[in-house]
Design a protein. Structure first.
Length: 117
């Protein structure tokens, strides 16, 4: 159930046409999760600043069940996902945060039940 959410002040037209599909593939591979469970959300044109300026910036949230328990892996995720965002959205790597949310199975619902069932 990985959910990847990007909030950015970039205009909608600056989001690559293939971003949703490419990011779905990337997150599924990166977290070793089925593509069919990956949700990608992009929230362009946000009124936001980073470091006191409104130059291109973002806030990235990544939610997943049991994926972020290892701090060394999280460092690797931060590096690789950061580079992915930098390349795909052309936002400097020092202009966004990536926040990892490690969820438990009973905290996520899908298809009328939680993943704990």
């Amino acid at each position: 159930m990985p959910t990847f959410a990007v909030y950015t002040n970039l205009p909608k037209g600056k989001i690559p046409d293939d971003f949703l599909q490419a990011t779905t593939d990337y997150i599924a591979e990166r977290l070793n999760k089925p593509k069919s469970y990956v949700c990608v959300r992009v929230h362009p044109e946000q009124i936001m600043s980073f470091g006191g300026t409104t130059e291109p910036c973002a806030s990235v949230d990544l939610y997943s069940i049991g994926s972020f328990e290892d701090k060394d892996k999280n460092n690797d995720h931060a590096e690789k996902i950061g580079e992915y965002i930098r390349k795909k959205l052309e936002i400097p790597i020092d202009r966004f945060y990536i926040t990892f949310f490690n969820l438990e199975r009973h905290m996520c619902g899908y298809n009328g039940k939680t993943f704990a069932k």
